[in-house]
Design a protein around this ligand. Structure first.
Ligand code: ASP
Length: 448
């Protein structure tokens, strides 16, 4: 049994939905379909989810919302007309919006959540009706009926473990089930969404719950590429990754597959296949626990901007018991997430995501690090980019760092920081953001 998930661009219009139909039809093992909201039809287009967020904002601010409401409804209208679906499908979607506007939500957050989730919810109903019309016994199933129960963190839900028991029952269903991605229900039966792009997470949760043989994640690229195709237009494709490699790559910029979607797949040992809706017979990229040995040292090169680095030095830091704890406590009290902490004898560097810091928080952080820790120096470097070299093959090879640093030196890229995890499957370089493209190109050329 396979669980398949389609992203927004794979479901953006009727042409794409016909491809989805063929994909479902071509393999009777494809029994559960998880769907996103309609995405962009062309580059400048808007995603329905973004429009829904805007819709909710206007409603909350008591501003005119009719135009955006119409725009969203038109996305569905265009599809239902093109596919010649029964008028009742569109009527249901219109009713859904009317109900959203009538409901008294207990908080603004819950209103936003319900609006956001309606993008996938209505699309799942539409797609189920389309599959049925085309002769596939199919049925829409709400996340509540499926048993997707989540924590009450709006926009950042996580799955509750009991969900997996409920989901197991879905194995017994005869029809093809169409489940909307991106949201679940909390224990008060309120809609709560996962983080953005979260339909991948739903897909992985369902795949784990039903113990699928394969989780196929359909997007709009042929495979995961070794390096960002934006920088390396003819980048090689990756045929096979381990979960660990994928985790490292998605942390640092590979957005093809949501990083939170890996955990359910990983813990259930479900093989994942990333494929292209527009080329479904292509090989795609497989992600599994282990993979056959290959000759390549690196599997992928990722890069991600938007970090800052804080340098703290203090003479005899190495002998001061509890120093790191005090640093960590300051971060915790300011509710800041600390990403990396490479260290020297009398110094540590802390790398964190820039978007967590307001000017006020930054000032407080620097003040406390300097005064409470009685540091000799606290320096901040903004605009840091992390370049990550990832590959299971690194463990068994000598000289990877040398090759990479030489390539970066030849390209004139200055290194702010180097860090290698003890598992030796990734190596990280901190550089200044303006060197990002140059660095990725240099490393790609050196290794591929
Ligand atoms: N529609 C949601 C978003 O745009 C979830 C998804 O597409 O996976 O974030």
């Amino acid at each position: 049994m396979k669980v398949i998930k389609f992203g927004g661009s794979s479901l953006a219009n009727a042409t794409q939905l016909r491809k989805v139909l063929n994909i479902v039809k071509s393999d009777p093992e494809r029994k559960i379909v998880v769907v996103s909201a309609p995405g962009k039809r062309f580059k400048e287009d808007k995603k329905v989810t973004d429009e829904l967020i805007e819709f909710a904002r206007l409603v909350l601010n008591e501003m005119p919302y009719e135009t955006i409401q119409e725009e969203i409804l038109n996305r569905y209208r265009e599809i239902t007309e093109d596919l010649k679906l029964n008028y009742l499908v569109m009527e249901k979607i219109e009713k859904h919006f009317e109900k959203l506007l009538r409901t008294n939500f207990e908080s603004n957050n819950l209103l936003i959540e319900a609006f956001k989730a309606s993008g996938e919810d209505n699309h799942a109903k539409l797609i189920a009706a389309f599959l049925e019309q085309e002769g596939i016994p199919a049925r829409y199933m709400s996340p509540q009926d499926a048993g997707i129960f989540v924590t009450s963190e709006p926009g950042n839900a996580t799955i509750l473990p009991e969900s997996y028991n409920f989901l197991r029952r879905l194995r017994e269903m005869d029809e093809v089930l169409v489940i909307p991605g991106f949201f679940g229900y909390n224990e008060r039966e309120e809609i709560i969404t996962f983080s953005r792009g979260g339909s991948d997470i739903t897909g992985a949760i369902v795949a784990n719950g039903v113990q699928a043989d394969l989780y196929e994640n359909f997007t709009d690229v042929d495979a995961i590429y070794v390096a960002n195709p934006h920088y390396i237009p003819n980048s090689k494709k990756i045929n096979h990754l381990t979960y660990r490699e994928m985790r490292e790559l998605s942390y640092s910029g590979f957005s093809v597959f949501h990083d939170e979607a890996l955990l359910p797949a990983f813990s259930g040992g479900i093989p994942v296949s990333v494929k292209n809706t527009n080329n479904p017979n292509g090989e795609g990229t497989k992600i599994t626990r282990t993979k056959p040995k290959s000759d390549t040292i690196l599997s992928g090169i990722a890069s991600s901007s938007g970090f800052i680095s804080i340098h703290i030095s203090k003479y005899l830091m190495n002998r001061e018991i509890g120093f790191i704890r005090k640093v960590a406590q300051i971060f915790e009290e300011l509710q800041l997430n600390l990403d990396h902490m490479p260290s020297g004898i009398d110094e540590i560097n802390i790398i964190l995501k820039r978007d967590q810091l307001t000017p006020g928080k930054q000032a407080a952080l620097l003040y406390r690090l300097k005064n409470e820790l009685q540091s000799d120096e606290v320096r901040i470097q903004a605009n840091v980019c992390l370049v990550m070299l990832v590959g299971e093959g690194m463990v068994a090879s000598v000289g990877t760092t040398a090759t990479a640093t030489q390539a970066l030196a030849d390209a004139g890229v200055n290194l702010v920081m180097i860090n290698q995890g003890s598992s030796e499957i990734s190596m990280m370089f901190g550089i200044v953001e303006t060197d990002e493209e140059k660095a990725v190109k240099a490393i790609y050329q050196a290794f591929f």
